[in-house]
Design a protein around this ligand. Structure first.
Ligand code: SAM
Length: 257
């Protein structure tokens, strides 16, 4: 497979939704940019934990099969991301945006994804990064938790608390991907080909997925400047600023190997 350039500032996005407020649209484009770069147009892509279904707008040009454990009119199939009802190697790629930290057994989810994605395929993952900024947000909103005492590579549940269906452990991305060698040993079907910390002010000023949170509406050129500034800040001091991390895995060998 040829090397992929994961865009640092401009481009990389292939779409958007006209009805989405400008700030949120800019954030969603920044969020999906790495997936647009990693997954070629025309691919058959499995979406796990689709939620509001925004992948359809921000990852256009692919044949997306969107799934979630919660039924909604816009998904294709209701299923648990840890037990996927699809044949081995039946997808070219998969996206799991902000999902793994909601799974009691994220490693089971990853092994299932490895089973259904063909060799050479890409898996795009986004997870929270438990930076000071994210912890401050969680201290205010309290909808999800951070617990570094769990072991997502072990046999116990990674969710130490489940206040509601939306609760999740925001430490899971860090626990899974901080040590690339350990991750690749646990799931040898995958090689980590991209791992980057992202999203600070653009996220804080996005207004939330339903545009329901306080935000200052800004024009596109200013949002682009903020995106560039975020990339700099998150690269320089991820532990302070970055609220998310993006990971691209490449499927390197048969799950039976
Ligand atoms: C934080 S939302 C992310 C939604 C969407 N991917 C996005 O980035 O906007 C987490 C999603 O994971 C789904 N989810 C939770 N547990 C799941 C499971 N066991 N299997 C599949 N999806 C699950 C939830 O229903 C929810 O839609």
């Amino acid at each position: 497979m040829t090397a992929t350039v994961f865009h640092d500032a401009e481009g990389g996005d292939r779409g958007g939704r006209a009805s989405v407020p400008t700030n949120l649209d800019a954030f969603m484009k920044a969020r999906y940019r790495f997936a647009c770069d990693a997954i070629p147009a025309g691919s058959r892509v499995l979406g796990i934990g689709a939620g509001t279904g925004l992948s359809r707008d921000y990852l256009p040009g692919v044949e997306l099969v969107d799934t979630d454990i919660v039924p909604t009119p816009w998904i294709d199939l209701v299923c648990d991301g840890q037990v996927l009802p699809f044949a081995d190697g039946s997808f070219d790629a998969a996206v799991a945006m902000a999902v793994l930290h909601h799974l009691p057994f994220p490693l089971n989810g990853l092994k299932e994804i490895a089973r259904v994605v063909r060799e050479g395929g890409r898996v795009c993952i986004q997870e929270p990064h438990a930076s000071l900024t994210l912890r401050a947000l969680l201290a205010v909103f309290r909808h999800e938790h951070v617990d570094f005492s769990v072991n997502p590579f072990g046999t116990e549940s990674s969710l130490s608390r489940q206040l509601g269906p939306d609760d999740g452990n925001n430490a899971i991305g860090d626990l899974l991907f901080a040590d690339k060698g350990r991750f690749e040993q646990a799931v040898p079907q995958f090689k980590v080909v991209h791992h980057r910390f992202r999203h600070f002010l653009l996220y804080l000023n996005s207004g939330g997925l339903a545009g329901e949170l306080f935000h200052v509406p800004l024009a596109q050129p200013i949002l682009k400047m903020i995106r560039r500034m975020d990339d700099g800040l998150c690269g320089f001091a991820p532990g302070l600023f970055a609220t998310c991390q993006e990971i691209v895995l490449e499927r390197v060998r048969d799950s039976g190997a």
